[in-house]
Design a protein around this ligand. Sequence first.
Ligand SMILES: [Zn+2]
Length: 342
Amino acid sequence: MTNQIDYVLGDVLPEPGTAIEVADGVRWVRMPLPFALNHVNLFLIDDGDGWVLVDCGLGDTVTQELWTRVLENHLDGRPITQIIVTHYHPDHMGGCSWLLERTPAQLWMTRSEWLSARAIRLDDTEELLDGIVAFYKRAGLGDGDVADMRKLGNSYRRMVGPIPLTFNRLAPDTVLEIGGRRWVVVIASGHSPEHACLYCPEAELMIGGDFLLPRISPNISVWWNEPDGNPLQDYLRFLDSLDPIADDTLILPSHDRPYRGVKPRAVDLSEHHDKRLDLAAQVCAVPSTAIDVMNAMFQRKMDAHQVRFAVGESLAHLNLLIDQGRVIRHLGDDGAWRYVAA
Ligand SMILES: [Zn+2]
């Protein structure tokens, strides 16, 4: 298990509003988040005259105030010249437009992540709320909870600043030269549509975004826009594809602390999902909704925000079980899917 993980800096964390060196030419900034997961890690790569920033934090005033301190005091007077956003989620993208206004930087993202950010940030339609309601009814959520989902609405708009009109595209074959070293863009799906990790083979460094977290497993969810999607399969394929990554690679993750031990961690994460798949299949020994499966997978009290992630996770496991031929589903008289062992 995780005892094969080596946290290279031990318990050391950057103080709020500071940046500390975590590897040769790479600094680490940690920003607070107002969730159960209470922080996000951002990284700055030394590029000579300036810095390449990877991820931005939220778009709230707390983050802006801390960024002001980092920009003034912790970058040796050199500007941020490029901003890379690994994926469109609020804790990575939220502060992007604010930073772009205060630096000479350009934005780099994959195309699907930029499109996702732009689409969800602009969507304040009733149609979206109706779609959210329909999705959670199909999952088997009760009327009161479905009403809460409608009320929660498009929470993305509240956490993320305007999405820039233009971006530079990160593609699967993109190699970025930063500070005289080559960083290979590794694109994978599962946690988000086209998430970018950055791998520098010569320095044995990988900025892993939300894909290779050392302790918690990244959220792998089905969302309302792609109800029959199979993101867990995408994610498990990514975990299987890490062979070319050097064993000693230092992983710089978006949450928790930098670590070595990516191969055993990938095995851990795969096994975690295998167990969850078996648990979901067991629940489906009798016809069950996604909510029944969720209640077996997450045995704790959750707020509406957490329920969204938990429903998504249970559907991700169910959709993979369907693909594997282990489970079938039919629509119940109440309008919710029932899943049962095939
Ligand atoms: Zn994320």
